[in-house]
Design a protein around this ligand. Sequence first.
Ligand SMILES: CC(C)(COP(=O)(O)OP(=O)(O)OC[C@H]1O[C@@H](n2cnc3c(N)ncnc32)[C@H](O)[C@@H]1OP(=O)(O)O)[C@@H](O)C(=O)NCCC(=O)NCCS
Length: 164
Amino acid sequence: MNVAEVRIERLQVSDAPALAAFYNKLSPASKRTFRPVGETTTDEVCRHIAIGNAGPLSTKYDVVAWQGDDVVGWSFIWNLHEPEPVFGLAVADACQRTGLGTKLMTAVMAWAREQELPRVELTVVTDNVIAQHLYEKQGFIGYGEFVGEDGLSYYRMRLDVQDL
Ligand SMILES: CC(C)(COP(=O)(O)OP(=O)(O)OC[C@H]1O[C@@H](n2cnc3c(N)ncnc32)[C@H](O)[C@@H]1OP(=O)(O)O)[C@@H](O)C(=O)NCCC(=O)NCCS
């Protein structure tokens, strides 16, 4: 895959079926470390996420990566008006380790700086070294560890956005 040819765009309501198809095709290994809306999703759930991006008081900032008519990556910051907005990121299995995760995250964090968000939080499974490498490169710092309801160990990481 040529990352330069992938288009990164803000999620629209009409993208819901393509986002649901992307999510439901993620492998069990990817779902182990990324399942913000559960094991599987629906067009309706994705439509609801897209609606959260609409209007001046939007609570979510979601971008999707397009390769032709297919969504091949998704990144977001949710809970925009809460003290701790939450970051998420996933790339289609066939497109991982091509630089697409970096490209998506760079786009979302540039938006966070423009919006003057004070802080962004995330959690990452402790053995997910690729994601941790990416997050540290973007300036996130680990500050805690916990065991999730799924029995996996997670690090908490955060970024004070305006310090960058
Ligand atoms: C995590 C994820 C989003 C990263 O996206 P990606 O497109 O695969 O990542 P990139 O190709 O942009 O970058 C990978 C980086 O990890 C590095 N890397 C690769 N293998 C590595 C390893 N075993 N240990 C440490 N770093 C490694 C690469 O060198 C690259 O870093 P560099 O740019 O400094 O060279 C993607 O792998 C994914 O979707 N995984 C499944 C879902 C997931 O875990 N999401 C995150 C939840 S917190």
